[in-house]
Design a protein around this ligand. Structure first.
Ligand code: 5GP
Length: 115
């Protein structure tokens, strides 16, 4: 699988506004925000889509991504009012970057169903 733009962000080869970093997870503001708070939470290892996630292998990594989302939501002041977490998968899911990423969206009322 080829490198994505997110690999370059992980290696700090291109800039991003990083809001959280650990040995295994990175989070940064989306370049084209769809809400007042729009942050992408990604693993540092390359996993192209949610289809490649294996519960046994990736359980702690996914747990850390959700812990990061909760911590960032608190830091951004959107935890209490609520927020949305989204993984897009593949063409029909609207995925553009093939390195899994959890969208953390908040700061406004979300609508349902999504487009
Ligand atoms: P997807 O459609 O794959 O679920 O979401 C990809 C997201 O990555 C989009 O919301 C898009 O705005 C964001 N994005 C794409 N390229 C960059 C970039 O170079 N920097 C940042 N910060 N976000 C990006």
């Amino acid at each position: 699988m080829g490198e994505t733009i997110f690999s370059k962000i992980i290696k700090k080869e291109i800039p991003a506004e990083i809001v959280y970093e650990s040995d295994t997870v990175l989070a940064f503001r989306d370049i084209n925000p769809q809400a007042p708070v729009h942050i992408l939470i990604i693993p540092k290892i390359e996993i192209p889509t949610v289809r490649e996630i294996n519960g046994l292998e990736h359980a702690s990594l996914l747990g850390e991504m959700y812990d990061a989302a909760n911590q960032i939501a608190k830091d951004e002041g959107i935890s209490e009012n609520g927020f949305r977490l989204v993984f897009n998968c593949g063409d029909n899911g609207g995925q553009e970057v093939y390195h899994i990423h959890m969208h953390l969206l908040g700061g406004r009322q979300m609508q349902w169903p999504p487009g």
